[in-house]
Write a protein that binds this ligand. Structure first.
Ligand code: MRU
Length: 312
């Protein structure tokens, strides 16, 4: 099975996600600073995976450099709550390495449970649309939304997946397609702006995405573009399902309005298409109100965020 991270006691080995799909390259990271840099560059990415990577990053600098390591890693990416939570856990632990390994083991178990609950819920879906990358590259084990998709396929009902490119960094085009191909799941790639029309025309039966932070009221922060997919799904009366572990639920965050949305570099938007001085906005995430979420699938089962409070 694909393993995005591997800790060998002295170093954290990670698949370099910036090189995919054209090159399968491994990073060997020896310090919290090196792990932080990989997280910042999105060489390691996805909410549960950056939590585990940060946990190992803290462990690499413990005990002497633990405070500085926590601070550096915490500042890398603000939106996914998994990261800060994992850093705090390792910081408070008597044995940082054992704690980091425990967090990783929990997330692997979570992904199996999410896959099973999600596949039970979506057992009748034949075609699914998904956004960004939520597979084994984004979360230890099988992933989140993509784990549900893979489980549905292995049970025999799923016929195909539509993956959005997920501008601006194209995690869907580069990473989700790479994972779907490895899994042998039939798929088609679409530009982000094609998604709403395909949902409206009934080309898919459900939209399934991951999450980076879920507020106590059930509002969901996820990769930018998710909110538009949720609106399209609601208009089409199609299930809009969010999958993620309870480590992504933030009970201290009352609603989506208090989730910090990471703003990334303008160059990611301009790429090679726009003039170099074009002013840009680059929010990496958006917030989908709980009322638009048909179901939240965690390792504990299925919740209906629009109708009941969400607890970690
Ligand atoms: O900015 P990224 O690539 O780290 O984005 C995070 C994500 O992959 C998602 O938004 C995802 O849905 C949640 S992580 C399984």
């Amino acid at each position: 099975m694909l393993q995005a991270l591997r800790f060998d006691g002295d170093a954290l080995r990670a698949i370099d996600q910036t090189a995919l799909p054209f090159e399968e390259r491994q990073l060997v990271l020896h310090s919290a600073d090196e792990v932080a840099d990989a997280i910042r560059r999105l060489a390691i990415r996805g909410a549960p995976l950056i939590g585990v990577a940060a946990a190992y990053g803290v462990a690499l600098d413990a005990p002497d450099g633990i405070e500085a390591a926590c601070e550096t890693l915490r500042s890398t990416r603000p939106t996914a709550v998994n990261l800060a939570r994992a850093v705090d856990r390792v910081r408070a632990a008597a044995d940082p390495v054992a704690e980091a390994r425990a967090i990783e083991a929990e997330e692997i178990a979570n992904s199996d449970a999410i896959a099973a609950h999600g596949a039970d819920l979506l057992r009748d879906a034949r075609r699914i649309l998904t956004h960004c990358n939520t597979g084994a590259l984004a979360a230890p084990g099988r992933g989140t939304a993509l784990a549900v998709i893979a489980e549905l396929f292995s049970r025999g009902g799923l016929q195909g997946v539509i993956a959005t490119e997920s501008r601006p960094l194209l995690q869907g085009a580069r990473l989700t397609v790479w994972e779907l191909r490895r899994l042998g799941i039939p798929h088609e790639l679409v530009v982000d702006s094609a998604a709403a029309g395909l949902i409206a025309s009934g080309t898919v039966d459900a939209v399934v995405v991951g999450c980076d932070r879920v507020a106590a009221n059930g509002d969901v922060a996820n990769k930018v573009g998710t909110y538009g997919l949720a609106l399209a799904a609601q208009a089409a009366e199609m299930p809009f399902v969010v999958a993620g572990p309870t480590s992504t639920i933030d009970p201290d965050c009352p609603s989506g309005a208090s989730i910090v949305i990471e703003e990334r570099s303008a160059d990611e938007v301009r790429r090679d298409f726009a003039l170099p001085d074009t002013p840009c906005r680059n929010p990496a995430f958006d917030v989908t109100p709980a009322a638009l979420v048909t179901a939240l699938v965690t390792e504990q089962g299925v919740r209906r965020p629009g109708r009941e409070p969400v607890r970690a």
